[in-house]
Design a protein around this ligand. Structure first.
Ligand code: HEC
Length: 156
């Protein structure tokens, strides 16, 4: 009986660690739930998908030589011709708040996509007279743009 109580407590503690989207177990269902909890904690599907998207983003970032002009620690690049991509999640939010912002994006993801597809929509302060302008990557397939946006949107 004591084991059962301890196990039930364990289940409740584990359930507390789960994202809200996963239904909590009905109280006292006991051991049957434990393996499911452990399996989900080990490889949550959402985490797996996001790691794949991040890896894909990094591959494309490297293949397109973005790092020749941009610094991005995650990709081990140190380019200086454009703004740093470290902390890009916050930077994208700040660009949208800039009174000089001249593009059409409403969200950080849209800002990132716009910067990659239509860089002339808004040129970051200080880079107007650069001799290494940001080229458009509108020729890349949409899913590659999505992966780049995902990568940059997750740089904190
Ligand atoms: C030839 C140099 C060069 C290359 C290569 C380059 N960029 Fe840029 N990038 C720039 C410059 C310069 C700017 C700043 C001017 C501007 O806003 O257009 C910039 C701006 C950006 C911005 C906006 C940054 C900010 O701080 O708001 C993003 C996002 C971006 N680049 C993504 C990329 C991605 C992704 C690649 C590769 C697919 C890439 N860049 C390749 C030069 C480059």
């Amino acid at each position: 009986m004591r084991h059962f109580v301890l196990l039930s407590l364990l289940v409740l503690v584990l359930a507390g660690c789960l994202p809200a989207s996963i239904d909590p177990p009905p109280l006292m269902t006991g051991m049957a739930f434990v393996p499911t909890v452990i399996a989900r904690l080990a490889t949550p599907a959402s985490l797996q998908a996001s790691t794949e998207e991040m890896t894909k983003g990094l591959q494309i970032y490297r293949a397109q030589y973005c790092g020749v002009c941009h610094q991005l620690s995650a990709a081990q690049t140190t380019g200086q011709f454009g703004p740093s991509h470290d902390g890009m999640a916050r930077t994208a939010q700040n660009r949208l708040l800039d009174p000089r912002y001249s593009g059409r994006a409403a969200t950080p993801d849209e800002y990132l996509a716009e910067s990659i597809l239509k860089p002339e929509a808004y040129v970051v302060d200080g880079y107007e007279v650069s001799s290494h302008h940001m080229p458009s990557y509108a020729h890349l397939p949409g899913e590659q743009i999505d992966a780049l946006v995902y990568l940059l949107a997750h740089q904190r």
